[in-house]
Design a protein around this ligand. Sequence first.
Ligand code: GBH
Length: 472
Amino acid sequence: MTDDRFPVLPAGFLFGTATASYQIEGAATEGGRTPSIWDTYAHTPGNVLRGETGDTACDHYHRYPEDVALMKELGVGAYRFSTAWPRIRPGGRGPANPEGLAFYDRLVDELLAAGIEPVATLYHWDLPQELEDEGGWRVRSTAERFAEYARITADRLGDRITRWITLNEPLCSAFIGYAVGRHAPGAREGTPALAAAHNLMLAHGLAARELRASAAARGGTAEVGITLNLDRLLPATGSDADRAAVDRAETLHNRVWLEPLLNARYPHNEAETWGALADGSYRESGDLEVIAQPLDFLGINFYRPVVLRDAPHREPDTALRTAMDIGAEEVPIEGVRYTTMGWPVVPASFTDLLVDLDRRYDLPPVYITENGSAEADEPDADGRVHDTGRIDYLRDHLAAVAAAIEAGVDVRGHFVWSLLDNFEWAYGYERRFGIIRVDYDTLERTPKDSYHWFRELIRVHGRRHAGEAAAR
Ligand code: GBH
């Protein structure tokens, strides 16, 4: 059966949707939760568009049964959510919070009853504020606290969750948080941001050990992965300068994670990329062994390609640069559609990224843990949201995944970002990524056309492969 509306993915391919705790839960002061760096950042005027915060968000904390029911109706095989560290271990150290764990218990049970596999991310950016006050990701001890929190969570939920993602997009935590300052905690630093990148990798490795130890103590196994926002980076021209800029950006965006994780080494061109800022003061011998444990899978978040050209450093004095100031700037791509995030839509670049990574690294199985688009979708007179731009985006990017699989890349699943419209970080509620609309006055959920399209895709996929099986 061929149907252009629905790309052909292999039998057993996992379809899912994704969210993150601070973006959807709300109930910021309920159930023993303490503030995270995002509460502090969002409550500081000037940081988030229109001064919005995650205080209520989608109120998923109370409305999760409705959200799970919508996913059941959708027919997804899995749901990727994140657990909130300050809910499970308020303040970042000391005893676990029974009420926080009980919430995730209820959520996981609800998912399993609906036949949906829970895939948990332990860190989607909500660091307990108290740990930030002690240095946050700039300091090593935060990695140790993270491993403890991972163990607490796995000991409680690991009998029902087998697939774990340690961190979501450490690039954002380290560089947008500590160098660009457009994410919490809003710092603009050099070496400390590189220390943050290293400590996040260490946190991943220490937590991976705890997740596996927790499963082993139960006589089971855990599948451990990490989610990276790997970027397809292209030079604006063929000039040596632009190529060199992309080579530096490859390290900032991709190699800084992939080299330690997959090859147990640090990127070869740290000095070209950061100069004296990359002084290694934050590393200890033995760290690479902790970081480079085998991954059961690699999560990749993909939204758009980035075209770069060589550019002067924003800060001429090397010692005063932030870790983001690597002498490269993004240039627009001509002739393509842009989403409301200002991101270019180039599906073929997704295939290229996956094929290229597969050539350059010995990759474990890959899951696309986020992919989706923000659109200016308002309900029509009929009350429905005709988000054709999002349908086109998802269709073309799933086709791009299918093409990568054709080319030999072992991609096992795809999670749409996002199940719901939600708190889009520095952009607040203005940017909408959901396949379900959320009315932020009434908190009412309305499936968009993309939800109905995705539901049909999952059904067509099921019928297609059931037909194949019957024919064999
Ligand atoms: C993902 O980040 C996140 O995991 C998810 O929570 C988020 O909702 C989703 O994508 C959609 O954005 O111009 O310096 O302010 C994607 C990567 C990188 C996108 C940081 C926004 C802002 C950088 N993000 N970027 S800045």
